[in-house]
Design a protein. Structure first.
Lengths: 87, 265
């Protein structure tokens, strides 16, 4: 009986779901060649609207830790574009 | 109605592909359609055993592909239903004995005589899988609510998308509602959320399947079996009927009863 168990402890169903989600993050990226390159391009082109960035110095990686996947981007900024000011 | 070639596949072995193929074929035949079940698992044939036809095999799929017999000679008529046939796999050859092009050609020929051609794919994602997939208009991916099976199903779905298969549907087998209720097993909703493809069937865990397999009588012929009923529902959905998915509720835990009672207060 789980009268008190629901609050903090994760049950096997939740653990299974979380593990699967993490596995699939890695699987889906590994099996699709060009995914990271495409993502890098998409990221740089939208950042380009706001920043002048060093494309060659940009590093993008995927880290899958204990309970979540994380996209880590290191984007050296050369300058920030001037934008119209609003009040 | 256009003849339909439907391949049943899974990635992971042992999730119930062959059982579902045999039963789906039987259910479609019970509904009055001309059906043939093709065993594409060359070297490890099982579909004949599920259908209780293992003693009647003379020629097999490899004999047809290699021209040792005509297609018609290899087809085995079911014992009970005169509109249901089996094209058995070879037990002695290896998986590369039939090429994707052979399978396409054989299924083209079957289309002229049958309204449903169900192809039972081998496990894995290699040659045999690609061969079984080649002729398919539609694909049913079978999984169970287990981490490894769902992971492999995801991989297969990715390959099917890459191969340009547009109709890909999911069957979730061996669901244990009581375990889901207790938080011990992935639910149908969990699996759907992760795999994100349309659902065609939800089949509960059912000991009757073992009994049926032992007897060589597909479980859909047992009117009292819950899994048999679920596969009949699946067949009706394939035929275009809107059949609701029964909410698979197990015995309620005291916690659930109590919390519902408290919420009502």
């Amino acid at each position: 009986m789980r009268l008190f168990g629901k609050a903090g402890l994760r049950n096997p169903r939740d653990i299974a779901k979380e593990r699967l989600k993490l596995m699939l993050i890695q699987d889906r990226i590994q099996v699709s060649p060009g995914f990271m390159e495409e993502l890098r391009e998409a990221l740089l082109s939208s950042l380009g609207k706001y920043l002048d960035v060093d494309r060659e110095g940009t590093e993008l990686s995927l880290e899958v830790g204990e309970n979540r996947g994380k996209l880590v981007a290191s984007v050296p900024i050369k300058s920030v574009k001037r934008r119209a000011e609003h009040d | 109605m256009e003849p339909r070639v439907i391949t049943i596949t899974s990635g992971k072995g042992g999730v119930g592909k062959t059982t579902i193929t045999a039963n789906l074929a039987t259910a479609l035949a019970l509904a009055g359609h001309q059906v043939v079940a093709v065993d594409a698992d060359i070297g490890l044939r099982n579909l004949d055993v599920m259908m209780g036809l293992e003693n009647r095999i003379v020629y097999d799929l490899v004999d047809v592909a290699e021209g040792r017999c005509r297609l018609r000679q290899a087809l085995i008529r079911d014992k009970r239903l005169s509109n249901l046939f089996l094209l058995p796999a070879a037990q002695t050859k290896d998986k590369t004995a039939v090429q994707p092009a052979d399978m396409v050609k054989i299924c083209e020929e079957l289309r002229s005589e049958f309204s449903f051609v169900l192809v039972d794919s081998p496990a894995g994602i290699e040659h045999g899988f690609r061969t079984a997939l080649a002729p398919a208009d539609e694909v049913i991916v079978v999984t169970t609510p287990e981490v490894a099976a769902v992971r492999d199903a995801d991989r297969v779905i990715g390959l099917l998308e890459a191969a340009g298969k547009e109709s890909v549907e999911l069957a979730i087998n061996r669901v244990k509602p009581e375990m889901v209720e207790r938080g011990d097993m992935l639910s149908v909703e969990d699996v759907l959320e992760i795999l994100a493809i349309p659902l065609i069937g939800v089949i509960p865990e059912d000991p009757e399947v073992i009994v049926a397999t032992n007897k060589g009588v597909p479980v859909v012929l047992n009117n009292l079996s819950p899994s048999g009923q679920a596969i009949k529902d699946m067949a009706r959905r394939l035929l275009g009927e809107e059949v609701p998915f029964p909410t698979l509720k197990g015995k309620e835990s005291i916690f659930n009863l109590l919390s519902r009672w408290l919420r009502r207060k």
